[in-house]
Ligand binder design. Sequence first.
Ligand code: F6P
Length: 499
Amino acid sequence: MTGTTDPTGGDYDFVVVSNRLPVDRVLAPDGSASWQQSPGGLVTALEPVMRSRDGAWVGWSGQPDLDFEPFDSAGIRVVPMRLSASEVEDYYEGFSNDTLWPLYHDVIAPPNYQRDWWDAYVAVNQRFADATARISAQDAVVWVQDYQLQLVPKMLRRQRPDLTIGFFNHIPFPPYGIYSQLPWRTQIIEGLLGADVIGFQRLADASNFSRAVRRLKGFVTKNPIIEVPLVDESEGVRAHGPVRKGQEFRTVVAKQFPISIDAAAYEQLARTPAVQARARQIREDLGNPKTIMLGVDRLDYTKGIGHRLKAFGELLADGTLSVEDVTLVQVASPSRERVQTYMHLRDEIELTVGRINGDFATISHTAISYHHHGYPREEMVALYLAADVMLVTALRDGMNLVAKEYVATRFDEDGVLILSEFAGAADELKRAMLINPHDIDGLKESIVQAIEMPKRDRAARMRTLRRRVLENDVEKWSAEFLRVLTNSRSGRGRKGSAA
Ligand code: F6P
């Protein structure tokens, strides 16, 4: 640690900022509470970097109105941020998940534009930026995560121009025709341009962002570089139009860094005898059908769960499939349950599941085994091993890590991945069976082909997919992002001379 304090900065050389902390506050039955590391891949990927570089993580505990002192967890300084109950409603459930989330996912559900939600978003972003500015050491590297915190880069730069600031958007960035609906479209672009490097999942997301920058700010973008004129060091993003001759500018890199998973850890878990035994048990408990199909999603309207159920229901109705031969296991983990759109979705999905089971299940064979829970990683891996066909039918998805988890788990080189072309993962996993989830007939055909696919073809496809997922794991993702971020500091200059 540097040991410095305000005003030039705090102690931490590497700071990650995200809406949620990498640890969850867990309540035991006796009422006692403790922090447990959440299972996400981001923590796993960043843990070694954080330990070696005096790392701190700024984020919300996940519960309203609770204050916690910063503490150390597995070599990481954890800095919990307080959100009031009304901020949870307006900033998190409102602006983040009922405005930005539907807007950025191609308006699958209609976004709500509410001015008080925007005010809360600005206030919370400012508080995250202030806390980060306080704890970051001189010249520290700060990495801001995701759509809940898009204003933080600019707010941080204004206070701490010495910092190197990265931002990664885990969800899609929409085409300009959709993005331009947002009443605060320019403020968000300016917020993001406070970063030195802005990472996206897909090339298309980075291109959509660059186009929005050109349209709204008039800056010159030379893929992946954006030239931001410096009015003054801290507020350059307020300017408009291309950099003029003789004017100073800084460069911002906007490019794709497709995120991944800790693939080796998934494979290792799949190889353990206990998990394999559990996979066999699952098959048996389901009555040993010839084919088990699996869907694993947060219960979110972007995931295309209804489309998948429709296709399966029709295949049962027209007699192409029977419940004696095929069972669909659907894990739908609870998510954002106080947001109206999510409540309606749950009703709709559960009604459909009930109807299909009512129409087609027999006493001995269920059609859909539906689970509204999250499960520990061991159980998920056992389900992946048990599943002959994995259904990822997202209508729009930043990446879809479930697709990668399925592939990483299948060390036996078996199993067929049906993957929506609207998931970021489709850019990389081209040997999956790529489908358009809106085309129900096409989806039905792909399901039948997947079920009937000869073993040799399954193995050939899975081998190619596995090479890709095992080579490009989450550690490589974070290392590549941080490499580009570290090099980005030299990106400034004066028009007419070298940048
Ligand atoms: O990547 C999208 C994302 O919103 C993440 O930021 C988050 O960790 C995950 O989905 C789950 O969402 P939430 O934090 O709203 O439960």
